[in-house]
Design a protein around this ligand. Structure first.
Ligand SMILES: Cc1cc2nc3c(=O)[nH]c(=O)nc-3n(C[C@H](O)[C@H](O)[C@H](O)COP(=O)(O)OP(=O)(O)OC[C@H]3O[C@@H](n4cnc5c(N)ncnc54)[C@H](O)[C@@H]3O)c2cc1C
Ligand SMILES: Cc1cc2nc3c(=O)[nH]c(=O)nc-3n(C[C@H](O)[C@H](O)[C@H](O)COP(=O)(O)O)c2cc1C
Length: 780
């Protein structure tokens, strides 16, 4: 085969090297426009894990690269006059020139043809090649020639950055945050050889413009950065090696995803690799790793499927299928980290105290969790847990284990929760005439015994026609209030848990079948008339609701007030107003379900007017020493619907109306929704609302382990975590999660104590057992 790699960056060189090493019979060339020792940029960082796989694939180059590495374990943060440091993070830095030179030499030794100072026009320059590797970087000419094939999706990110260097040497990966009159600037600094450190400065477009950085030449920008970061530079100078760039040299990061990675151009197969195929923001330093991993995987597929011309299409397909998954995972983490830096100024730097800011920064990609930080640097993590516990009123004594964040108590108004885990409201469709009966007592009671700090019953409907299904709970008569009281008394007598009631009205999603008989499907018999913000049915076959008039609004408001009074009589500890998931109050908030032209439709103020009216009315009758939270759909996940920005506007309005907390859910407003599910997928909404609006929040959605809840609460992304489905699988989810992280100080119900010891011993024994012996895995 004849293989030509166009572009001699890490991707092209490493693939050529590996392919020639394993299959020397093929002719392999790398064509590069620069000279061998020319390159722009400074150092790049790898994680230790990347080195492990490079060792497995080509020990010769790995040893040389490792010798040239600057290895460091520490991350240091300079912030608001404090200097904080943590260890165990395992990075290596290497000069880009050095890396490329090692790869170039290894290519030459193996017999790869290196062609420098040749600016290729692209794939058509080499019609005799069987395979062309488009390793020509982010601006790939080859990819741009076939946009309809590769379907590049480019997003220009809002922040500006400038890539500089300095001769001051730093012994930790250092972040320095500085506030100016026009906003925050951050420097990402790491040493990559014995003389030089990379020094990337980043800021928002707004700060960039207000400081006139766009009008300055490179020297002007360097002088500005040198002045701003003079303390950390201690007299050292900043330098550029991008004099070839015209203008100011402040760039925007471009995020690239491609729909397809390979193509047959009539003569040769063409495949994208490295930055030509995808980019990952420097906030997690993974661009070079991705390029190297691409090269490894393509070689791996040739080794597996055959290194013949005939095998090429299958090899390219499998390469793309496999790499796509890993690339998406890294791009996802890089996006989280990048977005953290994009909003860091007002959202975190202005609001969080230095220790929590440090924690938030370390977990910015959401790939590093609480327990992962404990593995990296137990001393630092334990110090942070102590700080968090003390901030939350816990006296930390001696050397005993500090309570992890999710187990710290939480107080709002006069209500005191023993921990930060909420059993999220979940409809059970098992009530008769809205009555809370023995099923609910056992179901909810066992979750209270199981350790949740706050137990929500399902959406509790404020009138018979407010129900979703005939099986929904209600609170509109004395008998129901009495049954609630029995349950509340049980929980108070037998656990430390508190009881929450979520008041709601189904609106246009009412009068439907029980979930297991056809979720959202209209009742065939016994349906009641529906009301909503506008006369729009939920499904095509749903009943068309009546658009509420003022009399309807007054009646439904009075129903909420009556239910809140009953909740008071029942002795419940917490109320939640359900303004999410497309039910009645949510139907006012979303432009997809509210097309009114009166005072209750149109602007945010108008759409929120009726939900706020209901909120204010229940706040007046609900005891002043008990909290009310509001559940919002923070994203409609549909064109034209509410976004997290809209949710933040509504959260601010509820805050001003006296809401104590926003419960940040999403979706279920429109059947057109396209939610993006994943681990902790709604936590970013909670993070945004808590830290931008300054109101406590509940995070919910795909939180399934203590480690995740601890990370969310410790980082200040939420005050409480609501856990729904895991509580269906395990009523004692909280007690079990405590045991799984080795926390034995959490009290179990006294009746269950002998089960506690046995459970904990079983876990300890399983953890101590040697791992099962499996087949050895050959890295190649
Ligand atoms: C500010 C910043 C910081 C970064 N920090 C890190 C980091 O810490 N860690 C990390 O892993 N990554 C980092 N990266 C990303 C990293 O530099 C890239 O992801 C990586 O270099 C991609 O390798 P590549 O081989 O795909 O492309 P490139 O390295 O861009 O190589 C492409 C090569 O193709 C050549 N070329 C292009 N067109 C032609 C043509 N028509 N003819 C001939 N030759 C051509 C170019 O000259 C270039 O040498 C950073 C990037 C930026 C912008
Ligand atoms: C069976 C079931 C019933 C639910 N009923 C309600 C409800 O009555 N009110 C509500 O606000 N959310 C309801 N939800 C949503 C949950 O409260 C929670 O937001 C969602 O399940 C995501 O959390 P999880 O990933 O921990 O399950 C329900 C979820 C399930 C699984």
């Amino acid at each position: 085969m004849r293989i030509v790699c166009i572009g001699g960056g890490p991707a092209g060189l490493y693939f050529a090297l590996l392919m020639k090493k394993f299959h020397p019979e093929h002719s392999i060339a790398v064509v590069e426009r620069n000279r061998p020792y020319d390159t722009f940029g400074w150092g790049v960082v790898f994680s230790d894990a990347t080195m492990v796989s490079m060792h497995a694939w080509d020990p010769q180059s790995a040893v040389e690269i490792e010798d040239a590495f600057n290895h460091w374990d520490d991350i240091e943060l300079l912030f608001k006059g404090t200097r904080q440091r943590t260890s165990g993070h395992g990075f290596v830095g290497i000069g880009r020139k050095k890396l490329l030179n090692i790869l170039q030499r290894r290519c030459e030794a193996l017999g790869v043809e290196l062609v420098f100072e040749t600016d290729s026009d692209g794939d058509t320059d080499y019609p005799d090649a069987d395979l062309i590797i488009a390793s020509d970087g982010f601006n790939s000419r080859i990819r741009n020639r076939y946009p309809e094939v590769f379907e590049p999706d480019l997003a220009v990110r809002p922040n500006r950055y400038i890539w500089l260097g300095t001769n001051k040497l730093f012994d930790a990966f250092t972040f320095d945050f500085r506030k100016t009159d026009h906003g925050w600037f951050q420097a990402h600094i790491y040493k990559f050889d014995e003389n030089t450190s990379t020094f990337i400065v980043e800021t928002t477009e707004e700060a960039y413009e207000k400081h006139d950085l766009g009008q300055m030449d490179q020297q002007g920008s360097i002088d500005f950065c040198q002045g701003l970061f003079s303390e950390v530079l201690e007299g050292a100078e900043l330098m550029t090696n991008a004099r070839h760039l015209r203008g100011s040299a402040w760039l925007n990061f471009n995020r690239l995803i491609c729909g397809k990675w390979s193509h047959f151009n009539g003569n040769s197969h063409v495949v994208l690799m490295g930055d030509a195929a995808h980019t990952a923001h420097f906030a997690i330093g993974s661009g070079t790793k991705l390029a190297i991993d691409d090269a490894i995987e393509l070689t791996n597929q040739f080794n597996r499927l055959g290194h013949t011309k005939e095998a090429i299409p299958q090899v390219l397909k499998t390469y793309e299928d496999i790499r796509r998954i890993d690339v998406a995972r890294i791009q996802n983490a890089a996006r989280n980290a990048m977005e953290w830096f994009e909003v860091v100024g007002e959202r975190y730097a202005d609001t969080l105290e230095p220790p929590q800011f440090m924690y938030s920064m370390l977990t910015r990609s959401q790939r590093i969790s609480h327990e992962n930080l404990r593995l990296r640097d137990p001393v630092w993590l334990e110090g942070y847990e102590r700080w968090f516990a003390e901030k939350n009123g816990i006296e930390v004594q001696g050397n005993g284990r500090t309570l992890p964040p999710m187990f710290t108590p939480y107080s709002l108004r006069g209500t005191h929760l023993p921990n930060r885990i909420v059993m999220s409201p979940m409809a059970m469709y098992s009530a008769k005439d809205g009555l809370l009966d023995d099923f609910h007592l056992v179901h909810l009671g066992s979750r209270a015994l199981g350790g949740a700090g706050l137990v929500f019953a399902e959406m509790t409907c404020v009138s018979p026609d407010a129900r979703i299904t005939p099986g929904c709970l209600g609170l509109w008569n004395d008998e129901q209030a009495m049954s609630w009281k029995r349950f509340v008394d049980f929980v108070h007598a037998n656990s430390e848990a508190k009881v929450g009631i979520q008041l709601g009205h189904a609106g246009r999603k009412g009068a439907t079948k029980l979930a297991w008989e056809g979720i959202d499907q209209p009742l065939e018999t016994g349906a009641w008339p529906l009301i909503s913000a506008s006369a729009l049915p939920y499904l095509k076959n749903s009943q068309v609701p009546k658009a509420m008039d003022r009399a309807d609004m007054d009646r439904v408001k009075a129903d909420h007030v009556r239910a809140a009074k009953y909740a008071t009589e029942a002795g419940a500890d917490w109320l939640e107003l359900h303004c999410a998931h497309g039910y009645l109050l949510s139907s006012f908030l979303s432009p997809l379900t509210n097309v009114r032209t009166d005072d209750y439709g149109g602007s945010h103020e108008n759409r929120a007017r009726y939900p706020l009216e209901v909120f204010t009315a229940i706040r007046e009758v609900w005891p002043g020493d008990k909290p009310i939270s509001v559940r919002l759909s923070c994203h409609d996940w549909a064109d034209g619907g509410n976004t997290p920005e809209d949710a933040a506007i509504f959260a601010k309005m509820f805050k001003h109306a006296g809401a104590d907390l926003i419960d940040c859910s999403s979706g279920q407003v429109s059947k057109e929704e396209k939610p993006v599910y994943g681990r902790l997928f709604q936590t970013p909404f909670s993070d945004k609302i808590r830290n931008e609006i300054g109101i406590p929040t509940i995070a919910v959605g795909a939180i399934s382990e203590a480690d995740q809840a601890n990370s969310i609460i410790a980082a200040g992304r939420a005050d409480l975590c609501a856990v729904a489905r895991p509580h269906l699988a395990d009523p004692a989810w909280v007690l079990h999660e405590a045991a799984k992280i080795g926390l034995t100080s959490i009290a179990w119900p006294k009746q269950y104590l002998s089960g506690k010891t046995q459970y904990e011993t079983g876990l300890a024994r399983a953890a101590a057992a040697p791992p099962p012996v499996g087949p050895t895995i050959d890295a190649r």
